[in-house]
Design a protein around this ligand. Structure first.
Ligand code: 1HE
Length: 266
């Protein structure tokens, strides 16, 4: 995809990206279909997160209108053959991998429906801010389909396979409060306050040492999945790489010479 003056690749009208300093604000802009994720949006996300401009150090991902996302665009799979459906699922895997294992940490703003593939998209982000209107559901059972966007793995880690099974089998919906207690969101805020909170968090993330952010995105989840011996080795290597950087040396010296910030009470 060609790049525009903004540095972002050309995107479809249903996906918007704007720069705000070194933050990108990415918006699912398909409110008329409740931000249902069709191939155009999923491919747009893949293109965008594959080619974030260099100055971007953190991304805020949100949805236009009253909902984050109603999940998979059901009209697109209605006629698909088995082979097409496999490729479709693999396309989602590819696109969401670019988000989760990309160049910059992603903060998602959740509100209204966070459903099916919309929950999968939210799960690909590194930090989630939920407004009180948020609700979470996996209606695959009633649609006759199955998880297709990495949730089998990812949501098992987030909320456990047994909760995923219950949501799919019974259509159980979790509220914003439930989601906060379960760890689906990290922050719970009043309606209309999510974007500002996410921007504040993204601006903080953008000030971190780049190698620490890299380690959190790329090393931390792999360490957690490694067998313990390999995990410890990966952790030691990542720690040494981060600590050995000039950036770390400067920041440590700044603190020791009373120029660095202090940790604030929660
Ligand atoms: C859609 C979709 C969609 C809305 N695909 N078109 N996801 C679902 O099973 C959720 C299905 N959607 C809903 O249950 C409801 O739309 C909502 C609760 C999210 C919102 O309700 P509401 O009353 O605000 O909106 P609406 O009137 O239902 O929808 C507005 C329009 O969006 C309408 O189209 P219109 O042409 O009649 O105006 C809807 O058809 C359309 N729309 N959601 C297509 N999902 C990789 S595996 C992933 C597997 C999954 O994601 S399964 C979950 C699928």
């Amino acid at each position: 995809m060609s790049k525009k003056a903004s540095g972002f690749p050309d995107l479809p009208p249903s996906l918007k990206a704007e720069r705000r300093g070194n933050i990108a604000i990415v918006t699912l802009a398909r409110d008329e279909k409740r931000n249902a994720l069709n191939d155009t949006i999923v491919l747009g996300l893949e293109a965008l997160f594959s080619a974030l401009p260099d100055p971007i150090k953190a991304v805020v991902l949100n949805g236009a209108g009253e909902n984050f996302s109603a999940g998979l665009d059901l009209s697109e799979l209605a006629e698909a053959e088995v082979a097409e459906a496999v490729q479709h699922s693999r396309m989602w895997h590819r696109a969401f991998d670019k988000i989760e294992f990309g160049k910059a940490p992603v903060v998602a703003v959740l509100h209204g429906a966070v459903v099916g593939g919309g929950l999968e998209l939210a799960a690909a982000a590194h930090v989630r801010v939920a407004e009180r209107s948020t609700y979470y559901a996996l209606p695959e059972g009633s649609r006759g389909i199955f998880l297709g966007g990495r949730r089998t793995i990812k949501q098992k880690r987030l909320i456990g396979a047994s909760r995923v099974a219950n949501m799919m089998l019974t259509g159980h919906t979790y509220s914003a409060d439930d989601g906060q207690a379960l760890g689906l969101s990290h922050y719970l805020v009043d309606n209309g306050k999510g974007l500002a909170k996410a921007i504040e968090l993204a601006e903080h993330i953008a000030t971190n040492a780049p190698l620490t952010n890299f380690g959190v995105i790329h090393a931390l989840p792999r360490i957690a999945e490694n067998d313990p011996a390999s995990g410890y080795l990966t952790e030691a290597l990542m720690a040494a790489i981060a600590q050995g950087s000039d950036e770390a040396k400067t920041r440590l010296k700044d603190f020791l010479e009373k120029r660095g910030s202090k940790v604030k009470r929660g």
